[in-house]
Design a protein around this ligand. Structure first.
Ligand SMILES: C[S@@+](CC[C@H](N)C(=O)[O-])C[C@H]1O[C@@H](n2cnc3c(N)ncnc32)[C@H](O)[C@@H]1O
Length: 219
């Protein structure tokens, strides 16, 4: 899969590319390309944004700058899904992550300050996506959230394929919550791990886990 992120701060992604799951799939299952709008702007001095028409605070990312960047990278063949990251977009959920992960190519557009000139959202993007009902200062963290959520679904990203198959929001758990997990020590300050998990009886453990998952999903 190829994911392209357009941003004003490509170096913000450096930390992420060194960590699993991204590091495990970069160069094999995932080609992550980071583009700076400033490298493509037709304006002088690297200008990418401008004052809002009608007045008001902040700067708005220009449509001609984003168009120039997309044209330079894709010509007339942009990916099927060009996602503008915006607090006003469709809220990200696991099913949307799975949809996006099924694409061969994906483009993420991020903005800063006052956000996008609306014509970018209307004409250059195919959709807009929000990572939650709150406003962040820029689209870099949202882009990283989307990339991480997709990357961990790619083959080889996690130590075990089982981790992504059976986890919170997975089909395997009817899109509900995962059961509680425990590790050693079996008892700590009087807090004991449930006996069933120490029983070695895989049938009982499985039943207990399914029940726990269902109960947590209802609450
Ligand atoms: C300060 S925000 C702009 C907010 C915009 N003026 C508004 O009121 O809707 C700057 C940029 O950060 C990104 N951003 C902020 N919050 C986001 C969220 N919850 N989900 C996705 N992107 C977000 C978007 O790219 C946005 O254009």
């Amino acid at each position: 899969m190829q994911i392209d992120v357009f941003t004003l701060v490509p170096h913000a992604f450096a930390w992420m590319t060194e960590q699993r799951p991204l590091a495990a799939v970069l160069g094999t299952e995932l080609d992550l390309r980071l583009f700076s709008y400033r490298d493509f702007t037709p304006l002088r001095s690297g200008q990418v944004d401008d004052d809002p028409y009608g007045g008001g605070a902040g700067m708005v990312l220009r449509v001609d700058v984003v168009d120039a960047a997309l044209q330079a990278v894709y010509g007339d063949e942009p990916p099927r899904r060009v996602v503008a990251l915006s607090p006003q977009g469709r809220q990200l959920a696991q099913q949307l992550v799975e949809e996006l992960a099924a694409e061969e190519r994906l483009c993420l557009l991020s903005a800063r300050f006052e956000g996008f000139d609306e014509r970018i959202v209307e004409h250059l993007a195919t959709e807009s996506v929000s990572i939650g009902p709150y406003v962040l200062s820029g689209g870099e963290l949202p882009a990283m959230v989307v990339v991480d959520a997709i990357a961990r679904r790619l083959p080889g990203a996690l130590g075990s394929e089982e981790s992504a198959r059976v986890e919170t929001f997975s089909e395997e758990l009817d899109r509900g919550a995962e059961y509680p997990q425990y590790t050693r020590p079996a008892e700590y300050r009087g807090w004991r791990v449930p006996d069933v998990l120490l029983s070695g009886d895989h049938g009982r453990i499985e039943t207990w886990r399914r029940t726990q998952s269902r109960e947590r999903s209802l609450s």
